[in-house]
Write a protein that binds this ligand. Structure first.
Ligand SMILES: [Fe+2]
Length: 397
């Protein structure tokens, strides 16, 4: 049994620490493979501080995570959350309450780092035959050596139909808390032209825009521009689009909405020919090339469409052709873990061919902004962690 413990969680409504805790939870569950997560010493000075649990509950439900999340209040806390001290845990050769388990982990030595200050550390331990071992400290902030050096190029806004809680100012505050250099907002262009139900049913990619039987327009682009006018006094960000492409290889961006100097991502979000693999592959390459020819500097979540849209692993014989297209058009390949598993073999080819790598969280929830732990672990595996400057995509100028 593997357990994560975040200790001394002191949260004041508005400090966004609940999203750091949520990141610790997702890091522990998805990437460190823990069986349960305990946040202990929870201290809330005001009733609204205790509402942090809602953000966690919503995200666990949204991601369908069943791994338990247990809270243990600080005895001195004036306001408490639902307490799990007396919940019974069974596994790893032990049967005890959460409170007894915490005591046992404490007794095993090493102490607990405190979660309420940078770099927001928590621990994991393993328990086998009642023995507690393999205590490790993890941090939510980025590693010291990359603080202030990385840009998250793939952040959604409140205008995304799939946004969970994004806002421009909060995303910027999360970037600061995380230790990012900058962020780039890149909204789905198709979502700025079409209604939610049409977008999700691929009405436009299938049938075109404003044609008989096609997809009617919903003009949300002015809202997007107004959003950034409203926050023009803030710094540390750029904005562009995550451009959609239809079955005719038309890019969802009107000329009047195309602005110089914006960092746009391109993404294949739909494919038609699911029953005919050779045709499917040709279709994928055609849409990918259309985006690159259009001039996107970053290809977002390359190949994700095969898993999401076709329920299959990406055909490996597409890796090299895509690398060569990226090279031809001078674009970067994104590492993206948002409901996605990147293909290391593809990234290895990119690096070998000198294709740059872009880091994108694809944030739809504030906890994701700058959540690059898996990205950095992958870059380490690929053997390029000590030369990130020469491998990572960066904005010109
Ligand atoms: Fe996308």
């Amino acid at each position: 049994m593997k357990i994560a413990v975040a200790f001394h969680f002191r949260h004041s409504a508005g400090d966004l620490y609940e999203f750091l805790l949520l990141r610790a939870f997702h890091l522990a569950v998805r990437f460190l493979k823990t069986d349960l997560f305990i946040v202990s010493g929870v201290f809330c000075a005001h009733p609204e501080d205790a509402l942090f649990l809602e953000s966690v509950t919503k995200s666990r439900a949204h991601r369908k995570v069943t791994v338990p999340f247990y809270c243990v209040n600080d005895a001195a806390s004036p306001f408490s959350v639902s307490d799990s001290s007396s919940v019974e845990i069974e596994g790893g050769g032990v049967k005890m309450t959460v409170a007894e388990l915490l005591k046992a982990i404490h007794g095993a030595g090493g102490g607990f780092p405190e979660f309420d200050k940078s770099p927001f550390e928590f621990i994991t331990v393993e328990i086998e035959d009642g023995r507690i071992f393999n205590r490790r400290i993890h941090r939510v902030s980025l590693p010291d050596e990359v603080i202030g050096r990385l840009t998250d190029f793939h952040i959604h806004t409140n205008l995304a139909y799939c946004s969970e809680n994004m806002t421009v100012p909060d995303a910027l505050r999360m970037a600061k808390l995380t230790g990012l250099k900058a962020i780039n907002f890149s909204e789905h262009s198709g979502q700025l032209y079409f209604r939610s139900e049409d977008y999700w049913k691929f009405q436009w990619t299938m049938n075109g825009r404003n044609t008989p039987g096609g997809c009617p327009e919903q003009k949300r682009m002015p809202d997007y521009e107004a959003l950034f006018r409203r926050y023009s006094g803030l710094t540390g960000f750029t904005h562009g689009f995550e451009l959609d492409v239809d079955r005719n290889c038309t890019i969802a961006l009107d000329d009047k909405d195309r602005h110089q100097g914006r960092v746009n991502l391109g993404a294949v979000h739909s494919l038609d020919h699911k029953e005919d693999l050779p045709l499917l592959k040709r279709e994928f390459l055609a849409r990918t090339e259309a985006l690159l020819r259009y001039g996107v500097p970053i290809l977002a979540h390359p190949f994700r469409i095969f898993r999401w849209g076709c329920g299959m692993r990406a055909p490996e014989d597409l890796f090299l052709p895509v690398v060569l297209l990226l090279k031809k058009y001078g674009a970067a390949a994104e590492i993206n873990f948002h409901g996605n598993e990147p293909y290391p073999e593809f990234l290895e080819l990119c690096i070998r061919e000198g294709v740059k790598i872009s880091l994108g969280s694809d944030s739809h929830n504030l906890y994701e902004v700058g959540f690059f732990h898996p990205h950095l672990a992958l870059l380490r595996e690929l053997g390029v962690y000590d030369r990130l400057d020469s491998v990572l995509f960066r904005m010109r100028g």
